[in-house]
Design a protein around this ligand. Structure first.
Ligand code: DC
Length: 234
C-alpha cells in the first residue's frame, strides 16, 4: 500500500477499554507508517510500581506530589524487540509493570488528578513533532484533542477476557479466568467513572470493533483511515 502525505505527519490516537488490543494495533500501525508508538498505559503502570515499592498511601495528595518529583519516566528502544521499553528512574521495568499486582492498583492510581497531569504533560511533549501513534484511554479526548485520526477500539467483553487470560496464563499458570474477568470489569468501571478524563469516545473518533477481526484485518482498516487522512494533507 502506498502512503501519501509526503513529509507531513499526523497524530493517531487509539483509545478503548482494557484488553481490546489497542497496543497491538498501535504498535503495528506505527511500524507500517514509520511512526513512534507510545503506550501511555505503561506510564501509569510505572508510576503505580513506584508507589507500591515505596508502600505509599496514595490517598494523600502530599504523598503523591512528593513522589512524582522523584519519578523520571522514559521510553528506550529495545534493539531485540524493536519496541520502546518503559524505564523508571533508569531501570527497565517493562516486564515488571505487566504483573497482576500492577493490574490490581493501576486504575486507582491513574484516577489521581496529579498523576494524570504529570503523565499528560509528558505525553503532549512527545507529540510535538507529530508522527506518533499513542494508545490509552484519554488520548483523543484530553491529550491530543486535535489529533488528525482518532480510533476508538472495542471488542466483545467475553473476547477481551479470553485474550487477556491467554496472555497472563503464559506467565502465570495459576491464574483463573474469573480473576481476569473481575479485574477487567473493575478497571473498566474505574476508568470510565473517574472524575478526571474518564474513558469515553471522542465525538470525532471512528469506532473499530475487532471482536471478529484478525490482527491483519484490523490493521488494514486502520491503515486505510490513516491513508485517507494523509492524502487529505497533500
Ligand atoms: O492500557 P493499560 O491496560 O496498560 O493501562 C493501564 C491502566 O492505566 C488502565 O487501567 C487505565 C490507565 N490509563 C489511563 O487512565 N489513561 C491512559 N491514557 C492510559 C492508561
Amino acid at each position: 500500500m502506498h502512503f501519501y502525505g509526503g513529509m507531513r505527519k499526523i497524530i493517531i490516537t487509539i483509545d478503548g477499554f482494557s484488553s481490546c488490543g489497542k497496543s497491538t494495533l498501535a504498535r503495528e500501525l506505527a511500524k507500517e507508517l514509520n511512526y513512534t508508538f507510545i503506550d501511555s498505559g505503561a506510564m501509569y503502570r510505572a508510576i503505580t510500581l513506584y508507589f507500591l515499592r515505596n508502600h505509599m498511601d496514595w490517598s494523600k495528595t502530599k504523598n503523591v506530589t512528593e513522589a512524582l518529583q522523584n519519578i523520571n519516566l522514559d521510553f528506550h528502544l529495545n534493539i531485540n524487540t524493536g519496541i520502546a521499553d518503559m524505564h523508571l528512574n533508569d531501570e527497565n521495568v517493562e516486564m515488571l509493570i505487566r504483573d497482576m499486582l500492577i493490574n490490581e492498583s493501576v486504575s486507582e492510581v491513574a484516577a489521581i488528578k496529579e498523576v494524570r497531569e504529570f503523565a499528560v504533560d509528558q505525553q503532549q511533549k512527545m507529540g510535538k513533532r507529530k508522527g506518533i501513534v499513542m494508545d490509552g484511554r484519554d488520548i483523543g479526548t484530553t491529550v491530543f484533542p486535535r489529533a488528525e485520526l482518532k480510533i476508538f477500539v472495542t471488542a466483545d467483553p467475553a473476547v477481551r477476557v479470553e485474550r487477556r487470560f491467554k496472555e497472563l496464563f503464559e506467565k502465570n499458570p495459576l491464574i483463573t479466568i474469573e480473576e481476569v474477568r473481575s479485574n477487567l470489569e473493575m478497571r473498566d468501571y474505574i476508568d470510565s467513572n473517574r472524575e478526571v478524563s474518564p474513558l469515553r469516545k471522542a465525538d470525532d473518533a471512528v469506532i473499530l470493533d475487532n471482536s471478529n477481526l484478525t490482527k491483519k484485518e484490523q490493521l488494514d482498516i486502520a491503515l486505510n483511515w490513516a491513508n485517507e487522512k494523509l492524502e487529505a494533507l497533500v
